[in-house]
Design a protein around this ligand. Structure first.
Ligand code: PGA
Length: 247
């Protein structure tokens, strides 16, 4: 379903006590917004975060999961393990996972199906490298990632999926895509999804060096429904301004 969403991705940051303090400080400033506020926290913060967001309108997500139900996968976390403590969202296929942990469109697709089966809402990341952009292949690469990642899903499934377009060269570099470039790619993604599923009713976020200074410009573009925010989601004031970009 298409709606405004601002999701923080804490990556490998924040201890449980820091997570609790952060949520308690953030909650009052986001309580009147209709923009959906999500924090994707490390596994060890999930339980504490879920307890702390009760009575707030903040939603909690994990940053990864395995696609198998259970078994001999040392160090992995299964979908049901997230679902049973009431985790609502899960990031799938973040470029750091693709780059450092060998995730591929095939594993992203398996994880996506497993998440939907367990009624977790996936935030699926796609995006091109600098080399791919400079050689004029960005659209082709992202289109392929979208088609392979969403293979086998139905239009109904898409209601519970969020796509995050994150050009890899813009992540953590301070270099943001121009709002036009970001919007063009989100538009292309929407068109490809429409061709494949006969529906473009899907939330598409932009990610990559989003901050309070550029959030409004990006999030008011025609095809960008909000953001996946890394570094700037670690500071309460900054993240609160991003969530309230339209105030
Ligand atoms: P960044 O990270 O906002 O620090 O660039 C975004 C992300 O990796 O999701």
């Amino acid at each position: 379903m298409r709606r405004k969403v601002i999701a923080g991705n804490w990556k490998m940051n924040m201890l449980p006590n820091e997570a609790i303090d952060f949520i308690n400080a953030l909650a009052p400033s986001v309580k009147n917004t209709s923009n959906e506020t999500i924090l994707c926290v490390p596994y060890t913060d999930l339980f504490y975060s879920l307890l702390t967001v009760q009575e707030t309108n903040i939603h909690i997500g994990a940053q990864n999961m395995h696609w198998e139900e259970n078994g001999a996968y040392t160090g992995e976390v299964a979908p049901e393990m997230l679902k049973c403590i009431n985790v609502e969202y899960v990031i799938i296929g973040h470029s750091e996972r693709r780059q450092y942990f060998n995730e591929t469109d095939e594993t992203v697709n398996k994880k996506l199906k497993a998440a939907l089966k367990h009624e977790l809402k996936p935030i699926v990341c796609v995006g091109e490298t600098l080399e791919e952009r400079e050689s004029g292949r960005a659209e082709e690469v992202v289109t392929m990632q979208i088609l392979k990642s969403l293979e086998g899903l139905t239009a109904e499934d898409l209601q519970n999926v969020i796509i995050a377009y994150e050009p890899i060269w813009a992540i953590g570099t301070g270099r943001t895509a121009t709002s036009e470039d970001a919007n063009n790619m989100c538009k292309t993604i929407r068109e490809k999804i429409k061709e494949k599923f006969q529906s473009d009713d899907i939330t598409i976020l932009y990610g990559g060096s989003v901050k309070s200074a550029n959030a409004k410009e990006l999030f008011t573009m025609s095809d960008i429904d909000g953001g996946l925010v890394g570094g700037a989601s670690l500071k309460v004031d900054e993240f609160s301004k991003i969530v309230n970009f339209d105030k």
